[in-house]
Structures are given as structure tokens and as C-alpha cells.
Ligand binder design. Structure first.
Ligand code: SF4
Length: 145
């Protein structure tokens, strides 16, 4: 929600699709299927407030040690960025990547809690969130063969 507010503060409205079956609202796509915010010069028009998912690229969350509150990231391989606006040519500070990973992890935890009908800090939520991350990793590995 904080990310959405930051984007709205830039003057953008109606940039989200209707929520999908998992309750996730994705940024709208243009007719050529590129992101609503991708400018003509292939630059992100909301770069300073782009969502955490864009800041995290090209890394992926591959594990979550909830006992230590530690998030494990991996560089995507093959190295493919979904959007050409993800980078502005400068190296990303590790703090930016870490913060993005934390924001995404909170979203995964919130979704798991919602699906389980539990509060976000219930003891059953973190293991379920981790299981979802590991399942996705297996699914992605399946796709690479
Ligand atoms: S980085 Fe790309 S996908 Fe992300 S908001 Fe910007 S234009 Fe959209």
C-alpha cells in the first residue's frame, strides 16, 4: 500500500489491474504488453518510487529462515530482466536490494496469513510463507530443463 501511495503522489491514477484470484493487483500493461510506466525511451517513468519487485531484479528470493529472520537471494539465471526500465545504468546499492527483499517478504507473509485466515504474526504463517518460496523455486527449476 505504501508503494501505491508513493506512485499516486507522483500524479498517477488507475495504473492497477483488478486483483487476480490470489488478491494481487498487478500494474496494468500497455497494448504491446510493456509496463504502464515504461517511457518511450525505455526508461521507467517512476524510477525513484518503482515497486520493490522492480528494485529486486535480477535477484529472486529463494529461501526464508524465519528463525533468524534472514532472506536468501539468488541471481536469476539465465540473467533476464522482465523490463528494460529496471536499471538506469548505475549499480544498485546493496541496501536498496535488501530493503526490496524485506518489502516483498512482508507481502508474501501477508498473503500467506490471509490465505490461512491467521494474523500476520501467528506462528503458522512464516513456515507457510517459506514453503511457498521453496515450491516456487522447484517450479522455476522445472522450467529451466
Ligand atoms: S521498472 Fe519497469 S516494470 Fe517496474 S515500474 Fe518501472 S517500467 Fe514498470
Amino acid at each position: 500500500m505504501a508503494e501505491r501511495k508513493q506512485i499516486e503522489a507522483k500524479g498517477f491514477t488507475s495504473f492497477l489491474d483488478h486483483p487476480d484470484k490470489n488478491g494481487i493487483s498487478w500494474i496494468r500493461r500497455k497494448k504491446d504488453s510493456s509496463c504502464f510506466f515504461l517511457g518511450k525511451n525505455n526508461k521507467c517513468t517512476i524510477y525513484s518510487v518503482r515497486p520493490a519487485a522492480c528494485r529486486l531484479e535480477p535477484f529472486t528470493i529463494v529461501d526464508y529462515d524465519y528463525e533468524k529472520n534472514s532472506i536468501e537471494l539468488e541471481l536469476d539465471f539465465p540473467f533476464v530482466c522482465v523490463c528494460p526500465g529496471v536499471f538506469d545504468g548505475k549499480a544498485l546499492p546493496v541496501e536498496v536490494i535488501g530493503k526490496a527483499a524485506q518489502i516483498i517478504m512482508q507481502k508474501i507473509l501477508a498473503l500467506a496469513a490471509k490465505d490461512l485466515g491467521l494474523s500476520a504474526n501467528d506462528r503458522g504463517v512464516a513456515p507457510e510463507a517459506r514453503a511457498r518460496i521453496l515450491r516456487r523455486r522447484i517450479e522455476m527449476a522445472d522450467l529451466t530443463f
